[in-house]
Design a protein. Structure first.
Length: 229
């Protein structure tokens, strides 16, 4: 049973021809697809461009058309990037959405973390502190991004993950990864340390409270123009 309403022929093809073999992601050549779908090559090319923008497929001269694993990120980021260009305030609105998602899914996400994930969180903390205490001081942006994404990586929900990943793309796009208020940055990472310690100890409620306090810190700083979270 199909739930599509007026889909593109290529999208319909992708949805109806999923393979159970993880390595079987190669699609027929464009001329063969055009014939199979009974549409012109020009129409297929238009639909293929949309599929590329949404992250459904990859198209390269030597490898041809290849289906990609589903990710919500490309669709969210395409829309969000445009929204931020239209109005910078849309980033703040999206930040609020991301905040509530992290709070809502905290327990489900942290319950599923593995000892390997715990070790990675510890390593990210060590790397962040080394950068902030080094000479010269460096902003641990990559660690910041990875820290939050690792916490939620085990969620089996591509839509939540896509939104969280899109937030960090936007974070970089608006330049927040170069903000350098050292005292505020230290306070942020102190909360991160509390989260990690609580996660490793299995005290997820305490970790959740650190996340909430961390969120409150962000919104107290928004008026000062330093939403480093």
């Amino acid at each position: 049973m199909s739930y599509w309403r007026n889909p593109s022929e290529f999208f319909q093809y992708l949805a109806e021809n999923l393979s159970n073999a993880p390595d079987d992601d190669q699609l027929p050549a464009m001329n063969a697809l055009s014939e199979e779908l009974d549409i012109s090559v020009a129409r297929l090319r238009e639909q293929l461009e949309v599929a590329k923008a949404l992250g459904f497929v990859d198209v390269k001269p030597r490898t041809g058309i290849r289906r990609l694993p589903y990710s919500f990120l490309p669709a969210v980021w395409q829309s969000l990037a445009y929204a931020i260009e239209v109005d910078r305030g849309n980033f703040d609105l999206f930040t609020s959405l991301r905040k509530h998602l992290e709070m809502c899914f905290w327990h489900e996400a942290t319950e599923g973390l593995t000892p390997e994930d715990h070790n990675q969180l510890r390593e990210l903390m060590a790397s962040a502190w080394a950068k902030m205490k080094g000479t010269p001081i460096r902003i641990p942006h990559n660690e910041h991004r990875e820290f939050h994404l690792v916490i939620f990586r085990r969620l089996e929900n591509p839509f939540v993950l896509g939104i969280l990943e899109a937030y960090w793309e936007a974070y970089e796009a608006v330049g927040l990864n170069v903000y350098a208020d050292y005292n505020y940055l230290t306070e942020v990472w102190n909360y991160h340390q509390e989260m990690v310690d609580a996660i490793v100890a299995g005290d997820l409620d305490t970790g959740y409270q650190a996340l909430v306090d961390h969120t409150d810190l962000l919104y107290h700083r928004l008026g000062a123009g330093s939403p480093e979270w």
